[in-house]
Structures are given as structure tokens and as C-alpha cells.
Design a protein around this ligand. Sequence first.
Ligand code: GLC
Ligand code: MG
Length: 533
Amino acid sequence: MLERSGWWRGATVYQIYVRSWRDSDGDGTGDLTGIRERLDYLSWLGVDAIWLSPTMPSPNKDWGYDVSDYYGVHPDLGTLEDLDRLIAEAADRGIAIFLDLVPNHTSNEHPWFVDAAGGRRAAHRDYYVWAGPKADGSPPNNWLSATGRSAWSYDKLSGQYYLHNFLRDQPDLNWWDGRVHDEFDRILRYWFDRGVSGFRIDVANGLYKDALLRDNPPVEPTDHPAIKRGGLRPIYNANRPEVHEVYRHWRQIADSYSPPRALLGETWEFDPDRFGDYYGRGKPELHMAFNFLFVEAAFKSLELAAIVEGTLAALPSGATPVWTASNHDVGRFPSRWCDNDGRAIRAALLLLATLPGALVLYYGDELGMAEVDVPVTRQLDEMSLARPGRPSRDRARTPMPWTADKNAGFTAASARPWLPIGEHLANNVDTQEQDPGSVLNFWRQLAQLRKAGLVGTPGPLERVLLDEQVWAFRVGDVTTVANLSPKEAARDLGPGETLTVMASTNPERREKKVPPELVLGPWEALALGLSPG
Ligand code: GLC
Ligand code: MG
């Protein structure tokens, strides 16, 4: 995998929230060695690449998304040598490693900010965004942070405000300063030189802010619900056109390596054409970009089909679409989309696996892992705590269940896991491995189809059938048909021969071939191949 150029096309990427995956030293926190010791599991899962959630030193106000050193490894997670070993042993298995890169902001404990906060003449002052108060002393403009409050915090020493689109401990970098570009060029090369295969780029749409610091306009009724949640249209504090030049440049750096390194952006953009722009028009930019229209969609045939078709139409030709349905921010699809119904979970996995492009699974998706209701006394995510009434992001960050033991085999039985462990007695890797009908073994079947290149390769998608219950589409020789409803559905896939069943979510369906007239059970989905002869 790693040897090929274009290795990311059709890849299955597995997101590991490092603190929560596997603890090797019994301190209750998952770590890099814990991952290295389970690389065989990842190979068995059919994973081509792992995206590690932030690994760099951080005071952990936002669990690593507040970086205090871009060149190191957080001591809770291991050492630089542990990371080198993980990269090397993953490479032996053909597994690529993506690190999480946070270029939009640093920690307020990063030496750049510590210096910058020393006064208006500090050498690193302009690495960050500073502005004076309005005449009445209030913040420079109306921008809001992810906590819903002003994105500006006042600095008494200098009489200026600094910008933070997230927590006040996460000051935004000022991408209008060329030195910031140079810093990140160095950071990129440092990790690529160490053998890192790519970066997931945090808040990739955010780096530049309006040079005039203009007020954001109010949201409109027609705006996407995710935009409305933010309270204002984020057109000036993020989503500026200048960011594309950064990615054109980073792409050149990534492409200068052999094999080329890959860039996967966290692109919060709800307009399909502007989303497609992140792949680059004419000049290439990101190799892959997260599609939040898809992530935020309801699990309904009409909505999903419209978004998938709209996305594919908007991407430049040759682009690798990315399909994902769970992450450490939005939650887990088995709960969000499927109400933890195993039939719907299997249908979602089959859809995700057969859509053309890269697939990013979140750890636990392969088990149909549910979100965990973390009691407020054990919640650790400050961003969520700052917005009471919203579900805590901690619900999707709880430890991976490996076994039915106390602490689920995640950490020593005597340790205190950093976040509580959810229900794991029936659903864990051990029990599911042994059960041929488990979600895990169903995923494995899908993974083998992806590995064999039978599904998942980027390419045109043709609609076969679409109504409010059923969506069927064809990519290459494979037809996916999914009944996204709890009611049985009889449908005719149209003229044609019998079809070979490559995968089915329904354990009752034992036949190897089916006619084009199908009766689909509730939440039943199938991947069907052309039958020879
Ligand atoms: C991204 C991360 C999220 C983090 C935020 C600020 O959205 O996925 O977890 O809180 O950026 O870095
Ligand atoms: Mg540990």
C-alpha cells in the first residue's frame, strides 16, 4: 500500500483517539505502545491507514488540540521513539500513519504565545491575531468562538484582545504573517522525514481571517443547521479564500516525497462547490477532505443520495471522496444514525464501504459501538461543558472495549480509565470475533471486498433506484441496494440477469444469487455483483 503513489485512493482509514484505544502501561490512558501491540488487529480489520488523534505535547485543555510543541510526543502517550517504532511496524504491515496537525491555533502555553503575550513589541506578537477594543471597551467585532461566546479575550498588559475561535486557551495563529507559513513548512517536513504518511488537518477551512476583521452576518433560515448552531455566518473569522494558497503549497511539499504524502482536511464547508475547491481546481490542493454535509445528514435514503450525488458532481475529476459517519466531535453513527439497531448499523457500514472513495472509520465503528452517557461529574471536554444542553463530546471518546473483563481489556483492571467504560460485557472485540454473525465479522467481509478493490475505488456512481425507503446505486460492476427503513420493501432493480450476493446485512439471506426483483427486509442492504453467464 505504502509503496504506491495514489495509495490513499479507496483507502480504509481508521481513526484512533489515542487516549481511548489501548493502554499499555496501566496508567488509565491509551498510548502509542498500546496501538503498536495491536497492529495485527488493524491488519485483520483491513485498515490501510491510521489517523492518530493529537499526539503532540499539550496542556490538554482540548485534549491535544491545543499544541504546545509541534515537534514532540505527549508524555502521556509515549515518546518520540515509541512513535518511530509505531510508524515502522505499521509500515511493515503496509499501514500508513496520519498525524493530526493543528495549524489554526496553538495552546496558550506554546512558547510563541507565551512570548507574544509579553507585549506589543514581542518577537512573536504577530504570530497571533491581536486587535484593540471598540470605543466602549468591548471586543473588536462580533465573532463567536465554538463555545458560543466572544472569540476575543482581553489582554490587560497590552490593552488588546487576542482571537480564539475555540477555547481562550487556544489562540488563533495569524496566517497573514509569512513566518507562520515557514514554521509549518518546517513542521510538515519534520514529520514527513520521520516517515509519517500524511496529516489530518484540523480546522482546515479556518486558517485565514478577514484582514479587516469585519463582523460576521447573522444566519439565514436557509443556512445549513450546522451553520445555524454557530449563531453567525462564519464568513470572516474562517473560510477565507487565501487558505487555498496554503494547500497548493503544502501539496507540493507532500508530492515531493516518495511515496507522496497525503493531506486530509477537516473542512467545515456546506456548499458542495466550495467544498470541492479544497481539492484544488486546476492546481491540486488537499488529497482528501472530510465531507460534513454527509456527516451531518440524516440516515435517510433521499437525503443521503442527494448529498452523495451532489458531492460527486462538485468534486474535481480524479478526486478521492471521503466518507465518514463518526468522529470524536460529532459522535458515533451507530447511535446518531441507527438508534443502536444492529440491522441499521450493518446497513450503514455496507453503504459506507461501497461508496466510491476513501472511508474513515472511527475506532469502535467496526463493533457498532454505541455512544456512552458519561455522567457530568466525569466529563472532561471543556468545550462541551461550556455549552450546557448540548451532548458532551465525551460520549464518543470512551475506551475501546476489547474484552468482557473489568475495564474491558483497555487498561489494567486496577487502573482508573481516563473516561468511564460503557457497556462492554456483550459487545467487545473478543466476543464479536468469536461470533460469525457479529457486526465485527460483517465489517471484515466488507473490508475484504475493499481490499480486493471490488468496492470503494473512486469512480462514477450511477443511480439505479431512489425513493423514501430504498436507495440503490451502481459503481463499476457492483450494485448497492439499501432499505433505509424499518419496513419491508419489494423493489425491482430493473432488467438484467440474476445478481451475485457479495455481502448482505441479513443473516437469514443465504442464497448466493438473487433476481433483480427483491424483497428487502427492514434495514436490509446488499452489495450485488454481476453474475457471469
Ligand atoms: C477540530 C477538532 C476538535 C477540536 C477543534 C479545535 O474540530 O476535531 O476536536 O476541538 O478542532 O481544535
Ligand atoms: Mg498509558
